[in-house]
Design a protein around this ligand. Structure first.
Ligand code: ADP
Ligand code: MG
Length: 664
C-alpha cells in the first residue's frame, strides 16, 4: 500500500503536520472524517424575512467600496446580482478580500438580511457560486499550518490515487445484504456529499463498518478465552460451602444466590472465568465475592482482592476477617503503607502458600509478587482496566480466574461493547429493609435550610458527609472548596461537633486515620472530595450534602448518595446547585442506579462513567456508542455470526480482522 508521502501534494512539511494529528497512513488520511458539515443552501431573496439568516450566490456587480475606521476597523460595500434579484452586501474587516472581488466574480454570501434597506450584512463570503442549490462543505479537525482546504485537497488526492486499495472491513455478504456502497464510493461521498440523503446513507455504512470491526474484536477475544481450556479446574465441595453460607448472619437475596452460583460454575469450568459482577451501591456484591473466595480456598487456591484505594482495601480486609473469623483462612493486607518488615513476611507467605487470601491495591498482581498457586483475582471497581489489560491480567504467566465488581451499573450499550468480552452477573434486588433515601435539590441561597437539616440529624446522634468538588481555591474557578467548607461548618457546628476533612492529596495514612475516626463516630461531620465515593461503609451517617452538585455526573452522585442509608435510620441526600436543576431533579425521583446510569449516559455520554483507559478503547472515528445503538446491535449480531461461520475461516478478511486486533 502506498505511503502518505506518495500522495501528490503532500511534502515533508505537510507530512509532519499530518503526523502531528495522528494521520500516519493513507488509510488514516481517507478515514479522517469531517467532524461536521457546513450546509450552504441558496435562499430566495423574496422568501427571506427581515433580520433572517441568508445564504445566496451571485456575481459582484459594482467595484467594492472600502471604508477604514479607527482602531483598524474596516467595512466594504458592493452590489451583488443573484438569481432572485440585486442586493447590497456589506462586510466588516475583510479589506484583504477587495482585490479578489472584481466585477463579475462569482461569490457566495452568508449573512443577515435587512429587508428594508435590501442589504445583507455578511458574516462570511466564499469565493465561487453554488453549482447546485445546496452545497455541503466538510469541516475537518486540522492543526495550525494545515487548513481545512489543504486537508480536503490531500484527502481527495489520496482517494483519487489510492482509493481502491483502502481495505473494507465489512464482509461481502453483509455489503450485499444491506446494499451498502463499496468502500471507495462511500469514502468519496463522505468527503464530497452531494445531498444530505446520500451523506446519511454512507454515514450509516461507515459507522456499521467501524462497529462491526469493534464488535468482531470483542467477540473474538471472548471466543478465544472460552476456547482456551487454560483455566483451573476445580471440584468445589458444595456441602462444605453450603454450611458456610448458612452461617452468614443474613440470608442472601435471590440475585446474590444466582451470582454465587454463576461464579461457582465458572470456577469449576475448564475455561478461564472472566466475569463482571454488577450491582447498585449497597446491593451486596462484597459478600458474593467473599463467598467465591472461600470456595476457591476450599479448592486449595489463593485469592487476591484488589481495591482502587487504600481506604477500601482496609475496609474489605476488616470485613473479610470478620466474615471468615470461624475458619482457618489466613488473610493478609498489603498496601503502600504496610511496613517494610510486614511486607517481606507477606511476600514470603504468598510464595510459600501459608497465606490464603490477600487484599490490597494494584500492586498485588505486579510481577514482583509471587504466589504459590493464585487461583482467583477479584478487582473491585473494575473500570480502571481496559479490554486488553483485562485479557492480559495474570501473574507470572499464571492465568487465574478473574471477577470484576462494578458499583456503577453499566448502561446497556456499554455492557455490550466495553464489557462484551465478559460474562455478566447482575444484582438488582436490594437486601430487605432498605429505605429509600430522600433527595432534595437546593440552591446556595437556601443554605440555612440545609444547615438546619444537618443540625436535626446531628442532634439525633447521626453523622454527616459534606462533599465539595475542589480541595483548595484556584484562581479560575469559584467552585466550593473543602477548605472553605471547613470554615463554614466550624462556624455553624464547631462548638458542639467534631469536623474533619479528607481529600485525595492527603497521605493515605492520614486519610485512613480520619476515616477510622469517622467510622467510630469521633468525627461527626466529614468534609471530603469524592474520595469517599467508592465503597466506604458507615451506617450511622444519615446525611449526604453535596456542594456544586452540577459538577458531577448522575452516576457519581448516585454513588455518593449510596454512602448513606446503610443503617436502619431514614437518610437524606441534599444536592446544592444553582444550575442544571432539571438534570439533578432526576435524582429526586429515581433511586435505581441502572435507570440513573442510562439517564446519565443519555445526557453526558460515557466520559463520567469510565476511566481514561477504557475511554481509549472506545474512541471511534465516526460511530458513537451513545447515538448508534441500533447499528451497534446489528453489528454485534453480524460480527458474531461471521466469526462463528466455519466457511469463512480462511477468508482473507477474517484474518485481517484478527490481525487488526493485535495492532489496536
Ligand atoms: P456493595 O454492593 O455496594 O459493595 P456491600 O457488599 O458493601 O454493597 O453491602 C452493603 C451492606 O449490605 C453490607 O453491610 C452488607 O453486609 C449488607 N448486606 C449484603 N447482603 C445482604 C443481605 N442479603 N441481607 C442483608 N444485608 C446484606
Ligand atoms: Mg462494594
Amino acid at each position: 500500500m502506498a505511503e502518505l508521502k506518495d500522495v501528490k501534494g503532500i511534502g515533508p512539511k505537510s507530512l509532519s503536520l499530518l503526523n502531528k494529528i495522528n494521520i500516519k497512513t493513507v488509510e488514516d488520511l481517507v478515514t479522517h472524517y469531517p467532524f461536521r458539515y457546513d450546509i450552504l443552501e441558496r435562499n430566495d431573496l423574496s422568501k427571506i424575512e427581515d433580520g433572517e439568516k441568508i445564504t445566496i450566490d451571485g456575481k459582484v456587480e459594482s467595484v467594492p467600496i472600502l471604508m477604514r475606521f479607527k482602531a483598524g476597523l474596516n467595512k466594504m460595500n458592493f452590489r451583488l446580482v443573484t438569481q432572485t434579484g440585486v442586493v447590497g452586501v456589506s462586510i466588516f474587516n475583510r479589506a484583504f478580500l477587495k482585490s479578489q472581488l472584481g466585477v463579475g466574480t462569482g461569490v457566495t454570501v452568508i449573512g443577515k438580511f435587512d429587508k428594508g434597506k435590501n442589504v445583507i450584512t455578511a458574516s462570511d463570503i466564499k469565493m465561487g457560486i453554488l453549482t447546485n442549490k445546496i452545497k455541503i462543505e466538510p469541516v475537518y479537525h486540522c492543526t495550525s499550518g494545515l487548513t481545512n482546504k489543504n486537508m480536503a485537497t490531500y484527502i481527495n488526492m489520496a482517494l483519487l490515487m489510492h482509493g481502491k486499495d483502502i481495505p473494507d472491513y465489512i464482509p461481502q455478504e453483509y455489503i450485499d445484504r444491506y446494499s451498502f456502497l463499496n468502500k471507495k464510493t462511500a469514502l468519496n461521498v463522505i468527503h464530497n456529499p452531494s445531498t444530505s440523503e446520500k451523506l446519511k446513507e454512507v454515514t450509516i455504512r461507515l459507522k456499521y463498518e467501524e462497529l462491526f470491526q469493534f464488535m468482531f474484536k470483542i467477540n473474538y477475544l471472548k471466543q478465544q478465552n472460552k476456547k482456551e481450556k487454560n483455566g483451573l479446574v476445580r471440584k468445589i465441595d458444595r456441602k462444605e460451602l453450603d454450611k458456610f453460607i448458612k452461617k452468614i448472619p443474613f440470608s442472601l437475596t435471590n440475585d446474590q444466590m444466582n451470582a454465587v452460583e454463576e461464579i461457582l460454575k465458572d470456577l469449576e469450568a475448564p475455561s478461564r472465568m472472566n466475569r463482571l459482577l454488577q450491582g447498585d451501591v449497597g446491593s451486596g456484591k462484597t459478600v458474593v465475592a467473599f463467598t467465591g473466595m472461600y470456595a476457591n480456598y476450599l479448592c486449595n487456591y489463593q485469592s487476591a482482592l484488589m481495591a482502587p484505594t487504600e481506604i477500601l482495601a482496609n475496609q474489605h480486609y476488616i470485613n473479610l476477617c470478620n466474615f471468615l473469623k470461624d475458619t482457618d483462612v489466613k488473610i493478609a493486607l498489603l498496601t503502600g503503607s504496610t511496613p517494610k518488615k510486614d511486607k517481606t513476611d507477606i511476600y514470603k507467605g504468598l510464595k510459600d502458600g501459608s497465606i490464603n487470601m490477600v487484599i490490597g491495591t494494584h500492586a498485588l498482581i505486579q510481577d514482583e509478587v509471587e504466589y504459590n498457586n493464585l487461583g482467583l483475582v477479584i478487582t473491585d471497581e473494575q473500570h480502571r482496566f481496559g479490554v486488553h489489560q483485562r485479557a492480559n491480567l495474570q501473574n507470572k504467566g499464571v492465568k487465574p480466574d478473574v471477577l470484576y465488581m462494578s458499583a456503577t451499573p453499566i448502561p446497556r450499550t456499554y455492557a455490550l461493547t466495553i464489557f462484551g468480552d465478559m460474562d455478566v452477573s447482575t444484582i438488582k434486588e436490594r437486601p430487605k429493609g432498605r429505605q429509600k433515601i430522600d433527595t432534595y435539590v437546593k440552591k446556595n441561597s437556601e443554605i440555612k435550610d440545609v444547615l438546619g437539616m444537618m443540625y436535626e440529624e446531628l442532634k439525633n446522634k447521626h453523622q454527616v458527609y459534606v462533599i465539595a468538588p475542589l480541595i483548595e481555591e484556584s484562581e479560575n474557578s469559584d467552585l466550593t472548596t473543602v477548605n472553605e467548607l471547613r470554615e463554614q461548618m466550624k462556624l455553624a457546628f464547631g462548638d458542639h461537633y467534631k469536623i474533619d476533612i479528607v481529600h485525595g492529596k492527603m497521605a493515605s495514612g492520614a486519610k485512613d486515620l480520619i476515616m477510622e475516626q469517622f467510622k467510630e463516630n469521633k468525627v461527626q461531620i466529614l468534609i471530603s472530595t469524592t474520595v469517599v465515593e467508592v465503597g466506604v461503609d458507615v451506617p450511622n451517617a444519615t446525611t449526604m450534602v453535596i456542594f456544586d452538585a452540577d459538577r458531577f455526573g448522575l452516576s457519581t452522585l448516585h454513588q455518593l448518595r449510596g454512602r448513606v442509608g446503610r443503617g436502619t435510620s431514614k437518610s437524606q441526600c441534599i444536592l446544592i446547585s444553582d444550575s442544571e436543576a432539571e438534570r439533578l431533579k432526576i435524582m429526586e425521583k429515581e433511586d435505581d442506579g441502572f435507570v440513573i446510569s442510562e439517564e446519565d449516559f443519555k445526557l453526558r455520554g460515557h466520559g463520567d462513567l469510565f476511566g481514561t483507559k477504557q475511554s481509549g478503547d472506545m474512541t471511534f472515528k465516526i460511530a458513537s456508542i451513545k447515538n448508534d445503538y441500533k447499528i451497534l446491535l446489528q453489528a454485534k449480531k453480524d460480527s458474531k455470526e461471521y466469526l462463528l461461520n466455519k466457511d469463512t475461516d480462511n477468508d482473507e478478511l477474517k484474518q485481517r480482522l484478527i490481525a487488526s486486533i493485535a495492532e489496536s
